[in-house]
Design a protein around this ligand. Sequence first.
Ligand SMILES: Cc1cc2nc3c(=O)[nH]c(=O)nc-3n(C[C@H](O)[C@H](O)[C@H](O)COP(=O)(O)O)c2cc1C
Length: 184
Amino acid sequence: MAKKIAVLVGSLRKESYNRKMAHALIALAPEALKPEIVEIGDLPLYNQDLDDEGRPCAEWTTFRQHMLEFDGVLFVTPEYNRSVPGALKNAIDVGSRPYGQSIWDRLPGAVMSVSPGNIGGFGANHHLRQSLVFLNVPVMQQPEAYVGGAAQLFDAKGSISDVKTRDFLAGFMKAFAAWVERNS
Ligand SMILES: Cc1cc2nc3c(=O)[nH]c(=O)nc-3n(C[C@H](O)[C@H](O)[C@H](O)COP(=O)(O)O)c2cc1C
C-alpha cells in the first residue's frame, strides 16, 4: 500500500514558491507515495503552560492527531534570516509535546529548501535537520535539495518546465520513497 506522506510547507504566503514546489513534488511522486499538504498556518504559538494544565489548543490537538495518520514527512521550506521560518518551527514544537508523546519520533523525513537566492536555503535546511536529529526523525541524507533561483523556476500556472529540474525532483521523490520503505 502507498505510504502516506505529510508535506509541511514553511511559508504561509499565497504565491509561495515553496508551496508551488510542494505541489510539483506531489505531482511527481511515485505510486509508492501518497503525499498531501498538511496546513500549519492556523496553529497558535506553542505555550507549554496549556499542555501542562491539560488544556491544549484545539488546533494543536487536531494537528497532532492528524499527523499520526502519516508514514513519513516531507518539509519544503524557505529560509528566513538564515534559519527555519517561525511558522514551521512552531509546528515542529507543537508536534513534539507533551513530553514523551512526540509525533515525530521515528517518522521518516526529507527536507527541501527553496529560495529565490543562490544559496537555496541551505541555512534553513540544516537548522531544520538539527531539530530533526533531536526529534529522532530519520532524515534522508542524499540527494540533498537546496533549490535556488526559485523566481525563474515556475511558469504562470506554477508548473516547472525545465526538464533537468523535473528529473531531479522526480529522483528526489523516488529516493524518498525508498527511504520511507527502509525506515518504516
Ligand atoms: C523574514 C524573511 C527573511 C528572509 N531571509 C532569507 C534568508 O535568510 N535567505 C534567503 O535565501 N531568503 C530569505 N528571504 C527571502 C525568501 O527566500 C523569499 O521571500 C521567498 O520567496 C520565501 O519563500 P516563499 O516564496 O515560499 O514564500 C527572507 C524573507 C523573509 C520574509
